[in-house]
Write a protein of this length. Structure first.
Length: 379
């Protein structure tokens, strides 16, 4: 029980960390921060202008005028409109004359341009200056997508450990008469339910607190990412649904892995360690050219790589691709987790059947030996 409470507190504190530390929100049009805009959007031509392409120099000067307009904006709405014009200018005018511009640069500027253009077109803009002012739905999406892989595997690992301890000899679950296969399936189901309850218990208080303070937010509010070289648009509500589905599939995989270890005879602690191994190995390089690799669970252990949300509150967004494997998608990750969960469950059932058969043979041999000893004993 203490393990469950400790894991619950650990998850809750991490999910609540951005609210406690109160990071500034100066990207994606979520804040009205003149100084932040000045620091994060300023570009200067350093040194002599001799030899500089006149088109590039003219583009810089025009961009500086747009930047000044954004810095001097009278209110948040005016700043978002000015930033939208600035980002569009970057993507459509500045980059074509920018020496050495890469495909990543184009993707990044296109992301920013599309983001601010969409935000500028919203009638009800959600404008804040600090993360603690962000509506609950946006906050949950942001925090969840940036959780390290081990945090996503933690509820399943703790649940497998707790259920395994309850099934140890002399404990609650071991005292209920049930065949080995039934015990395995019951433990598998209970571990998944405990992992679900653990996550809900960590998330619900945070969601309720932020909803009371800032409201739930608009589920149709847009978020963006770079997916396979193009800008992908998604709503906050859809991102939450994707996160929930992906988490359920990932947890099913983690629980199935730990249950298989249990079926093979490992103790509860070893099973919990086995559960987090894929998460710890999530950074292992994979062959992106092979289609088989897209069915490897390691490619999907970090949901931030497959949910359309990119540097939501970052002060300096990067231009790298989000996806670990080109062409892989979040729904393919769900199918990969479910497929491997089924395979691991079948292996677990097989392991239980084999161990039961081995025990039966041992008991049969021992019975025959004892019968032979009694038959040969003197009266």
């Amino acid at each position: 029980m203490r393990v469950l409470w400790g894991a619950l507190l650990f998850l809750a504190l991490f999910l609540f960390s951005a609210f406690i530390q109160n990071y500034p929100a100066t990207e994606m049009g979520l804040s009205y921060d003149i100084q932040g805009v000045a620091e994060t959007t300023e570009f200067e031509i350093v040194g002599s202008h001799d030899g500089v392409d006149p088109k590039l120099l003219d583009a810089y000067r025009r961009r500086e005028a747009l930047r000044q307009e954004a810095v001097m904006a009278a209110d948040a709405d005016a700043q978002i409109d000015a930033l939208a014009a600035l980002r569009l200018f970057d993507a459509r005018t500045l980059l074509p004359v920018w020496p050495g511009a890469t495909a990543s640069d184009y993707a990044q500027r296109s992301l920013w341009a599309s983001s601010y253009e969409a935000l500028a077109g919203l009638e009800d803009r959600q404008v804040t200056s600090q993360v603690r002012e962000v509506p609950a739905s946006l906050y949950l999406v942001y925090q969840a997508t940036w959780l390290p892989a081990v945090y996503w595997a933690l509820p399943g690992a703790v649940a497998v450990f707790a259920v395994g301890r309850l099934a140890d000899k002399g404990r609650l679950l071991s005292q209920q008469p049930m065949p080995p296969l039934g015990t395995f399936l019951r433990s598998l189901f209970l571990a998944f339910v405990v992992a679900l309850l653990l996550t809900v218990a960590a998330v619900v208080p945070i969601a309720l607190t932020l909803t009371v303070l800032n409201g739930w937010g608009d589920p149709a509010y847009p978020v963006f990412s770079i997916v396979d070289g193009h800008v992908d648009r998604l709503t906050v509500g859809a991102a939450l649904v994707r996160l929930a589905v992906l988490w359920c599939a990932l947890t099913a995989f983690v629980v199935a892995l730990g249950s298989l270890a249990r079926a093979l005879g490992a103790n509860a602690l070893v099973c919990a360690v086995v559960c987090v191994v894929p998460a710890l190995c999530s950074q292992v390089p994979l062959d992106g050219e092979s289609p088989v690799t897209r069915w490897v669970p390691l490619a999907y252990m970090e949901p931030m790589a497959h949910i359309a949300l990119f540097d939501f509150f970052s002060l300096a967004p990067g231009g790298q691709e989000l996806l670990k494997l080109p062409g892989s998608t979040w729904d393919q990750g769900v199918m990969a987790f479910l497929l491997w969960s089924f395979v691991l469950d079948v292996l677990g059932v097989g392991a239980v059947a084999v161990r039961q058969a081995v025990r039966g043979r041992r008991a049969s041999r021992m019975g025959r030996r004892m019968a032979a000893e009694r038959a040969g004993a003197p009266c």
